[in-house]
Write a protein that binds this ligand. Sequence first.
Ligand code: RNT
Ligand code: ZN
Length: 419
Amino acid sequence: MTRQERYQSAKEIYKKYGVDTDAAMEKLKEIPVSLHCWQGDDVKGFDQDGPLTGGIQTTGNYPGKAQTPEELMADLEEAMKLMPGKKKLNLHASYAIFEEGEHVDRDKIEPKHFKKWVDFAKKHNMGIDFNPTFFSHNKVKDGLTLSSPDEEIRKFWIEHGKACIRISEYFAKETGIPCVMNIWTGDGYKDIPADRLGPRMRYKDSIEQIIAEPHDPKLVKPCVESKVFGIGVESFTAGSSEFALMFAASHDGVLPLMDNGHYHPTEVVSDKIPALLCYFDEIALHITRPVRWDSDHVVLFDDETKEMAKEIVRNDALDRVDMALDFFDASINRISAWTVGFRAWQKALLSALVTPSAKLKELQDNNKLTELMALQEEIKTLPFGDIWEEYLERCNVLGGMEWFKEVERYEKEILEVRK
Ligand code: RNT
Ligand code: ZN
């Protein structure tokens, strides 16, 4: 059977369950997913030369990482060719691009330092999301930034946040697409603190000062991302889940951002998505894959990834959830890491879009739970692979393992010759 014949046959099978696979693919093509620049260079950035801090870590040193803006953009372009669907670019402030000999500290960065990124985004018809960078910098004092008891330090980072609001608005104006600006810090303590309220009150005040920077709420959407732990920050984080949620709930225009690697291992973000949708018009996600104590493995097409996509799709919330990828693996080919992760999330969304959710919900509401279990099991083995391959074809993206051969070619010709 040819690919087309396989698709036709799969389409008929899904139709029996009341699913329109063509409509699902059309819909998916238009949904933006934010692609993080930081998988390409192990979260290094261009504005400093120190180690990665903030309780996050990349392990491995697979050859060929991007070391200049040009290399990072070339690698992003290569990876994006292999990804179906609409993309948004996700940048960190540490990816500012300076002129030869110029250096501007983070409290003073300006839109002009991101002009090349704007050109890149425009070339690819992408909006841009943004993140102030509260780590990997000599002004992170004793592991603290926005919650620091040292007023000078705290001021520096507040100024950084304000500069990022201005840059976010510039991105939105240039691209015509709102910018989601995410605030995350690794502020916390390795061991039992004597004061948990003080750091949080300072953190709260700092974020309030940052969002007080004048901006158009239609263009800039500030978020607060929580985290339960970090490497070396195991006992206390200032930006815990309750802190971030309550901050967002009590400040107009601020979205809660959930990273599914930031919770206790048996908690699932799939269940938290509908809980937050009861209260927020819009929420944001970092999509990642937690493994034991780490939060940043490459996203795969696994059960929880599928479950999160289902919660967004079946609650008709695709336009209420800002979806961004967040992972970094330095131990494998980085273009492949990006591609596998992005494709996995696209697969999860497509799979959710071809799930007969209305029928399943009806069974639940009529308490036909035996049949619900049976049907949920049955649909797991429908010929989804044939729909996925058709989707790739319609997006002009290589299917099967063909995309991987292209990564191997790029590795040989481009990555291996890099110093
Ligand atoms: C860290 C957070 C944060 C970072 C990026 C680089 O645990 O998830 O979002 O991964 O900002
Ligand atoms: Zn994150």
